[in-house]
Design a protein around this ligand. Structure first.
Ligand code: PLP
Length: 359
């Protein structure tokens, strides 16, 4: 697939070619009109009080948002799919490509849990090719595990829960060999100095890049994520998605928020400074055994007694993510970088745990 040719033969489930997608009122009529009596909406308005009309169905494909986002990322609007979070894109990609009970996805654990969950819900089997103990991608073992039934390879970079970016050269090997789609989940890309894989879409037509407004943009509550891909992939995702998957309030809030680039840059830079501070203070704490390098807004840290520390922090009202039972993350907690005061409280909590342990 590395020659840049746009061939999607065998990539999507064959029966989809015959599915006639739902044709919504909003997609059947385009243009100007004064009176809309085509969608059984309530023309009297709504009691929402949000300061925007919510009585009308939203734009099915979030046209304005796609324009803004495509400009930011240097692609065409038809290369952008807008999902109800990137989790929806994960689910739709599996449903588009994988025949239940026959096709498979490949994941590289430890990694984000939703690839597995979505596959299982859809009765799609999972090939697991673990990362190396240092969390680097072992492209050779991935390539060896590929066959025609592996319709999607999910790679996460920077990876959740380990925080590292995967090597460009190793990902290229996977892209060169994969028979179907290669999805690179870039939920944390804005915290990394590495360029986005969106720049490589032309070269790899079967590459899909996922991004989200849930992390660096601070809008997890909106539920908006993006899949950047060849326009043919985007067409199929739009065809199988629920007609109105992203609400009008979410589209409009996202557009308004994304005009404030200064907020975005400020928040990323604060979180990166805090990540350095938390990391360097943790390194001076005795209970810390290893801090894994992070390109994300969290750090994975190995502690002497992760479970007990987790419980202690919890008793003080501080919740981190216990990954200590996850293969290759034994003894580790995943700590999100919070607001400065929250991080200070976390560090105080860990120091106090240590003092208690040492008496
Ligand atoms: C947080 C996260 C997401 C976010 O999903 P949304 O549905 O957009 O909130 C996606 N992928 C990874 C790896 C994540 O950690």
């Amino acid at each position: 697939m590395s020659d840049g040719s746009r061939d999607f033969e065998g990539v999507f489930r064959s029966h989809l070619a015959k599915v006639k997608p739902y044709s919504s009122a909003r997609s059947e009529f385009e243009g100007e009109a004064r009176v809309f009596l085509d969608a059984n909406e309530n023309a009297l308005g709504s009691p929402s009080g949000l300061g925007m009309p919510l009585n009308r169905y939203p734009d099915p494909t979030a046209t304005e948002l796609r324009e803004v986002v495509s400009r930011r990322r240097g692609v065409e609007p038809r290369q952008v799919f807008v999902g109800h979070g990137s989790d929806e894109a994960i689910e739709l990609l599996i449903r588009a490509a994988c025949e239940p009970g026959r096709d498979r996805i490949l994941i590289t654990p430890p990694t984000y849990g939703m690839y597995e969950v979505s596959a299982e819900i859809n009765a799609v089997d999972i090939v697991r090719c673990p990362l190396r103990p240092d969390y680097s991608l072992d492209a050779e073992s991935v390539v060896k595990a590929l066959d025609a039934s592996v319709k999607i390879v999910f790679l996460c970079s920077p990876n959740n829960p380990t925080g590292n970016v995967l090597s460009t050269a190793e990902i290229e090997k996977v892209l060169a060999a994969a028979p179907g789609l290669v999805v690179i989940d870039e939920a944390y890309v804005d915290f990394s100095a590495r360029p986005s894989w969106v720049e490589r879409l032309k070269q790899f037509p079967r590459l899909v890049v996922l991004q989200t407004l849930s992390k660096a943009w601070g809008m997890a509550g909106l539920r908006i994520g993006f899949a950047f891909a060849d326009s043919e992939v985007v067409r199929v995702l739009n065809m199988i998605k629920p007609p109105y998957n992203v609400g009008a309030d979410a589209q409009s809030s996202a557009l308004r928020a994304m005009r404030d680039d200064a907020w975005f840059r400020g928040s990323v830079s604060t979180l990166l400074e805090e990540r350095s501070r938390v990391t360097s203070e943790l390194s001076r704490i005795e209970a810390t055994r290893k801090i894994y390098p992070s390109d994300a807004n969290f750090v994975l840290v190995k502690f002497d007694d992760a479970r007990r520390l987790y419980e202690y922090l919890r008793s003080r009202g501080i919740i981190v993510r216990d990954r200590s039972k996850v293969t290759l993350c034994e003894g580790c907690l995943r700590i999100t970088i919070g607001a400065p005061q929250e991080n200070t409280e976390l560090l105080q909590g860990i120091r106090e745990f240590e003092r208690k342990e040492n008496v």
